[in-house]
Design a protein around this ligand. Sequence first.
Ligand code: NCD
Ligand code: ZN
Ligand code: ZN
Length: 353
Amino acid sequence: MSQQEIILNKPDDMHLHLRDGDMLSAVVEHSARDFARTIIMPNLVPPVTTVEDAMSYRQRILDALGGSGTSFEPLMTLYLTEVTTTYDLENAAALGMVKAVKLYPAGATTNSDSGVRDIPKSYHLFEKMAELGLPLLVHGEVTDADIDIFDREAVFIDRVLDPIRRTIPELRIVMEHVTTKNGIDYVGNADNKLCATLTTHHLMLNRNAMLAGGFRPHYYCLPILKREEHRQALRAAATSGDARFFLGTDSAPHPTHTKESACGCAGVFSAANSLGCLATVFEEEQALENLNSFTSLNGAKFYGLDINEVKMRLIRTSEPAVFPKNIKVGAETVTVFDPGMPIYWHVDHTTSL
Ligand code: NCD
Ligand code: ZN
Ligand code: ZN
C-alpha cells in the first residue's frame, strides 16, 4: 500500500510575499498555519530598505496575526537600492533581526522599480555583506529588452551572478525561485556558499500549462514558467535531498482582477495549499523521504537556524483535498493556486503532535 502519512518538522518558507494592510491581514494566516518561519520579501511600495522599516513591518505582520500566530516567526530582509549604504548593512547585521538582503535588478519583477540598475556599483556592499555574514538573495533575471524573457535567468548567471561570485567568493548567495536547468546545474557545480530556493508552482507546471489552449493568467509569474526539461531538472534537484536546494514558495498574492487584466500582474498565491502540492510532487518522484529536507531542514541550515521541534502531519486521502478557490480581501479576492490536477495530500490541522 502506498504511504498514507508523512510527519515533517514544521516547514519554513524561505521566500514569501505577505504585502501590507488589508492584503497582509487576509493572507498571513495561511502561511502561519503551515509554516514556522518565513523569509519575508521586502518589495513593498515603498520598499523595506532600513532596519527601522523592517522592524515596523515585522510588527505589522505579527499584529495582523492578532496573537493567534505567536509561534510564527517572520524573518526579515532588506531591499537593496542604489542608495543603500554600508551603514544600513552594519545596522542590519548588528540587530540580528534582518537575515538577508535582496537584490532586484531594476524592472525585473513586481515592485522592482527601486532596484539596482548598475549592479557592479553595489560590489562594495556585497563585500560588506560577506564580512558581516549577511546573505544576498537574488531575483536572478536580467532586464535587457533584447534578451528573450525565457532566457533571462541563464543570461543573469553569465553576466551578473558568476562575476559577483568570482569577485566576492566569500559572499553567501541564494538564487531565488530558480526555474531553469541552467540554474540548477550552476548551483549544483558551485560550492555550498550558493543555494537556491524552488517554488511549488515551478515544480508542478511547465509553460504549456500557462499558454496551451488559452492563456491562464493565474499561472503568470516571474521568472516565467519554462519548458518541461527545466521543470524536470527542478524536480530532480528538489527531491534529491541535496542541502543546497530548499523551499521558497514565492507565494505572491495579487487581487484577482489585476491578474485577469490586459496587462496582468506576475505572481502566484500558493501559501494556502503548497504543502499538499509538494507532497504530491515528492510522491510522484518516489522521494517522500526527502520532503522533510526540502521543506524543513535545508533552509534552516543555510540560515543558521535550529530545526523546528514542532511536528506536522500530512495525510493522504482517497478523495482529492478541497482547497478554497479564492480568499477574500475586503471587496476583492485573491485566487488560490490551482495546480490543475487532484491533490490527495493535505496538512492535518486537527491534531497537534
Ligand atoms: C513577485 C511579486 O508579486 O511580488 N512576483 C512573482 O511573479 N514572483 C515578485 C518576485 O518574486 O519576483
Ligand atoms: Zn523574484
Ligand atoms: Zn518573490
